[in-house]
Every structure is written in C-alpha cells, then in structure tokens.
Design a protein around this ligand. Structure first.
Ligand SMILES: [Zn+2]
Length: 113
C-alpha cells in the first residue's frame, strides 16, 4: 500500500460569532457574496451554507472556511483545531459581546481583549 500525505493548503477562515455577539464588518465583507451576510448577529440560529457537497449547517462558534476555489463550508471547532494552524500572527478582530458585561473577544482567535 502506497502512503500519501495531504499537501499543506492555506485557507481563510472566521469563526461564526456565538449567540449574543456582534458580527464584525470585516467578516461581513469577507462573506459578501454568500447568504450568511443575511444571518443576523445576536441570534443563536444555525446558518445554512451552500457548499460544493450540498447544504451544510453551521452553528454559532463553528468556523467558516473559504476553500482554495473560493467555496465556503463550515467546520466544527475541535476538527478545525486538529486540522489547521495559524499562518501569521492574529490581527485580532474585536467583537463586543455580552453587552451587559461590556467585554470583548477576538472573533478570530478567541482572545480576550
Ligand atoms: Zn485574535
């Protein structure tokens, strides 16, 4: 049996904000031509994404990946962590969450800001 290893491929990804968090403008711009620009922040709704393999459902906190052909698909956080590593240091995309507690996190890496 011949063995093969996946070639490293660089993809773009953002995490779908948790319920109650706000989408940031950069994410919406990135997702501009996809249906999930219509997804409203502050909701704990799932989001249907039309992928090359049919409709897939993303939940808040899931990663949204833009693949090498510009296609979008969702990925669970544990799978994402096993499969991907950051190419460059995080630039931190601030989202204001828990507006009652007035806290912010980075929607990209999850760091408290
Ligand atoms: Zn960050």
């Amino acid at each position: 049996m011949t063995q093969y290893r996946k070639k490293p491929v660089v993809i773009e990804a953002y995490r779908l904000p948790e319920a109650g968090d706000y989408m940031v403008e950069e994410f919406l711009k990135w997702a501009d031509f996809n249906d999930f620009t219509k997804w409203e922040s502050g909701h704990d709704e799932t989001l249907n994404i039309e992928t090359l393999e049919g409709t897939m459902t993303a939940e808040p906190g899931d990663w949204i990946i833009k693949g090498v052909a510009g296609e979008f698909y969702p990925c669970k956080p544990d799978i994402f962590a096993q499969t991907y590593e950051r190419v460059a240091p995080c630039k931190h995309l601030r989202i204001d969450n828990n507006f009652l507690q007035n806290t912010s996190t980075c929607m990209d890496c999850g760091a408290k800001l």
